[in-house]
Design a protein around this ligand. Structure first.
Ligand code: ATP
Length: 856
């Protein structure tokens, strides 16, 4: 009931110091006693449980029935092999689940939230999980509250508590409120709750409930929705797998019925039908998608792009518009004041007032010799320092009493200070916003009335700085004995302009060029001025004409249709507010684009949510943005976005290869057996049941996985973005799968027919060998369904080569190792037969290469 206690009572109850916070050792002691400040997730399933779950699969149940059948008919050997296959399948399945879970868990680890805490009187940043009861926590707009806090100081604080209360309007908070009766969380105005977000203002609070004791902890079970939801492609594959599975079962039933009518042994036919069903059901489809995606996501995280929602991996490959911030993403965010304008002159020695505003009007914190905070603000503080004005010292004589925080709609901020009896407001921000609040101008230390000519000169000076790609801040001030809240930022005195250099990142121009080749539209959306934005855009070869720049004010004059048209032309949107960003995303989407949008500020979350891919900045982004994003950039770099798109495209291709492979092989298996039954009514099946299961085990799963690690396609960024609605089998995919399936089936039958002239065992052995080996060779074809394997490099995929070599060796082994002959009902082949087997199998590569020659 912390909300019913006064601040002093809370400090006593939690045994903390209101200025110094806890000591580090005390905090560690409490952490060991109470545990981590985390919401306990549902317990993970153990590997044994996952293994056992594999047996729920209808396919496995069918196989178990097959094994039981074999036992009743005295075929103990067959039963053993079927059981072996079942166990192997279950082990592979378990391995796949564990691998993807591990990859996802590793990703969660990367996104650990942090918070600012005062311990031993020093403000430090810690992992939110390390907070303990009694900690003094500081937070500002954009931050996520790490645990339940009793507020002890606030400045215009508003929190988004919709998670807890369902209320979408931010809740106003202040530390003075004390409840005299029980209240629900929505009315506890002196509390800030875990997992809620600061929408504006700043504050400080004492941690009163951590982890599962917090308000959200009480409803944690409801929040425990994990993001292991299937992605659209996984879902599509699962559905397709089911449909094809059903089709195979029907075919198997038909084959069984035909076989029985033809007078074949019922038991043999049943076992064969079961084995074929098991082999033909493409159960590996969703698993391959998951594994390839999970592996891709792991690689992406090592390239600084953390995928928070798995479905983003698929959408990434289709991205056709990238809307990027300027500051920090296209530029280095290493600011330095290189030019000033004051006393109506450029680069004159600046006044004391100029330096004072640089030093005081910001939220930079000093720790030893290092400055922490926003790079532009740090640049101003450093500038003041270089000219002998030290922030910390000045703060002793000019005590800060209030702040009107910066937000990207206002584009300015003010701090209010007390100097003896007098109060001073220092303001800095975008020139066009500051100038309109100024009535006076500081010239040679004197306050003079600002004429419209002065105004024009200032705007011209700011333009000149902007043309040099400088980020410009205007500085203003006002002093009075009493200040009225509603006129704090009015009737100010203009003091000067500070121009900061923020050079473009070196790698960005090349990344923009890559996007041009990949037919991805790059658009800069920035809060900075159109002139500066154009100058940077020009350096990056993003724009060549000033007409390609549009300002937020101009956006406001356009209706939705006009904006739609503008979005086809304009490359830079400058001086935009977060609301503009949402409108722009919608327009790009309406134009048919798949939009990736970056954001860092508190108010960018809606734009990130409405984009197809929301990208948050990991380094300088707010917690709100991070939580609304699909992808997090750990280096805030535009190049990383392009790398992620490339990875997304490659992941799609890898999945496509594996799926093509699995399906053509399954079709080949069905064709071989089905046609043999139909075409040779009085003969034996083309392969016996055990051989089919072997093919399923050895030659299906492993090459498909090896295709999933195929090296990236170098030319993937030379193609246009894929239409997300496009089928995985578009551009001739169906023909590729069906033709190859039919071909594999046909050559296996040819081998079978050849062997029949000698003996049944020979026929089955030859069909078995050709079916399995042709599949292994066919894996090479699937590396690219359009381009010759020689042009992509024969030995580039080491895993695939290994799988093929081991697979081929195993096939030779099961032919020439007598115990395996017994188990798999095979026989040794002579050189001539091997040549036939090899020739037929390898012919899959020859015909694919020839057809690629013509198709290219
Ligand atoms: P981008 O949107 O590309 O990251 P940006 O960082 O310049 O660009 P905003 O942060 O919205 O965009 O800033 C817009 C303008 O607001 C800046 O050009 C500057 O004039 C002003 N501004 C930025 N940060 C501050 C701040 N901390 N205090 C006062 N004014 C600021």
């Amino acid at each position: 009931m912390a909300y019913r206690n006064s601040i002093k009572e809370i400090a006593v109850l939690t045994d903390t110091n209101l200025n110094q916070g806890l000591s580090q050792s005390e905090a560690e002691k409490r952490w060991r006693r109470d545990g981590a400040n985390e919401l306990v997730e549902e317990k993970k399933e153990s590997p044994i449980k996952i293994f056992l779950e594999q047996f729920k699969d209808p396919m496995v149940i069918i196989l178990i029935i097959g094994a039981a059948l074999s036992v009743t008919l005295g075929e103990a050997m067959d039963a053993c092999i079927i059981l072996f296959v079942i166990i192997m399948n279950a082990l592979i399945g378990t391995g796949q689940v564990l691998k993807s879970e591990k990859a996802l868990a590793a990703l969660k680890q990367l996104i650990h939230p942090t918070c600012k805490v005062i311990r031993d009187g020093v403000l430090t940043e810690i992992n939110s999980s390390e907070c303990v009861v009694g900690d003094l926590i500081e937070f500002e707009a954009g931050d996520c509250i790490p645990c339940d806090l009793r507020l002890i100081s606030t400045t215009r604080l508003k929190l988004d508590e919709s998670l807890l209360t369902g209320e979408s309007e931010p809740a106003e908070k202040n530390e003075f409120f004390v409840a005299d009766g029980p209240l629900g969380p929505a009315d506890q105005r002196n509390m800030a709750f875990m997992s809620t977000y600061v929408t504006s203002g700043r504050g400080r609070g004492i941690a009163v409930h951590c982890g599962m004791d917090s308000e959200v902890g009480k409803i944690a079970a409801l929040l425990n929705k994990d993001n292991n939801e299937m992605t659209p492609m996984q879902r599509r594959m699962a559905e397709m797998g089911k449909m094809l599975g059903l089709l195979s079962v029907v075919l198997c039933a038909v084959m069984f019925a035909v076989g029985v009518i033809q007078g074949k042994n019922i038991f043999d036919m049943l076992l064969l039908a079961i084995s074929l069903a098991v082999a033909a059901i493409p159960e590996g489809l969703p698993a391959v998608v998951t594994i390839v995606q999970a592996m891709g996501v792991t690689t992406m995280s090592s390239q600084n792009a953390i995928v928070r929602k798995l479905h983003a991996v698929e959408t990434l490959g289709s991205v056709s518009v990238i809307c990027s911030d300027k500051t920090g993403t296209l530029t280095q965010n290493k600011m330095n004041v290189v030019s000033t304008y004051s006393d109506r002159e450029f680069d004159q020695p600046v006044t004391k007032e100029f330096l004072t505003i640089c030093a005081l009007c910001n939220n930079v914190e000093t720790r030893g010799d290092t400055l922490l905070g926003d790079p532009s603000e740090k640049a101003l503080v450093e500038f003041a320092q270089r000219h002998g004005i030290v922030k910390q010292q000045l703060e002793c004589s000019q005590i800060r009493i209030d702040e009107i925080p910066f937000d990207s709609s206002r584009k300015k901020m003010s701090t209010i200070h007390e100097i003896g009896q007098e109060k001073v407001v220092y303001t800095k921000g975008a020139v066009d916003r500051i100038i309109n609040q100024c009535t006076h101008l500081l010239v040679n230390g004197q306050k003079v009335l600002m004429s419209s000519y002065d105004k024009k000169c200032i705007m011209e000076a700011s333009k000149i700085m902007g043309q040099k790609a400088l980020r410009v801040f205007a500085l203003a001030m006002k002093s009075a004995h009493t200040l009225r809240e509603d006129t704090l930022e009015k009737d100010c005195t203009f003091v000067g302009l500070a121009g900061m250099m923020d050079p473009p990142r070196e790698e960005v121009a090349e990344a923009i060029e890559t996007c041009r080749k990949a037919q991805i539209r790059v658009v800069m959306i920035t809060g900075d001025s159109p002139i500066t934005a154009y100058a940077i855009g020009h350096q990056l070869k993003l724009v060549s004409r000033e007409e390609d720049v549009m300002s937020g004010d101009e956006i406001d004059t356009l209706n939705d249709d006009q904006l739609l048209q503008a979005c086809k032309r304009v490359r830079i949107f400058a001086r935009v507010s977060p609301e503009h960003k949402v409108r722009l995303v919608e327009s790009f989407k309406k134009n048919g684009g798949i939009v990736a949008m970056t954001g860092d500020g508190v108010n960018d979350a809606p734009a990130l949510k409405s984009a197809d891919i929301g990208i948050a900045m990991g380094e300088n982004g707010s917690d709100v943005c991070k939580s609304a994003s699909d992808i997090l950039l750990t280096d805030d770099n535009f190049k990383t976005i392009v790398t992620a798109v490339e990875a997304g495209r490659n992941i799609y291709l890898k999945i496509q290869k594996a799926v093509y492979y699995l399906l053509s092989c399954n079709l080949g298996e069905i064709m071989t057996l089905f046609l043999a039954v139909l075409l040779l009514p009085h003969g034996v099946p083309a392969l016996c049941a055990i051989q089919i299961l072997w093919v399923n085990l050895v030659t299906d799963a492993f090459p498909a996985l090896a295709l999933g690690v195929e090296p990236d396609d170098r030319h993937v960024m030379e193609q246009k973005p894929r239409d997300p609605k496009e089928s995985l089998f578009a551009h001739g995919g169906y023909a590729f799968v069906v033709c190859n399936g039919l071909y594999i089936g046909t050559i296996s039958l040819v081998a079978f027919k050849y062997g029949l002239a000698h003996s049944t065992v020979m026929a089955q052995t030859m069909a078995f060998m050709v079916l399995s080996m042709s599949q292994l060779f066919h894996a090479m074809n699937c590396r690219n369904d359009k381009v010759s394997m020689f042009s992509i490099g024969l030995f580039k995929n080491k895993w695939l080569i290994l799988t093929i070599v081991v697979g081929l060796a195993l096939q030779v082994f099961v032919c020439h190792f007598p115990p395996m002959n017994l188990l798999l009902k095979t026989m040794p082949l002579a050189l001539k037969e091997w040549l036939i087997v090899f020739g037929l199998s390898a012919s899959t590569m020859v015909i694919n290469e020839v057809s690629k020659l013509f198709n290219h």
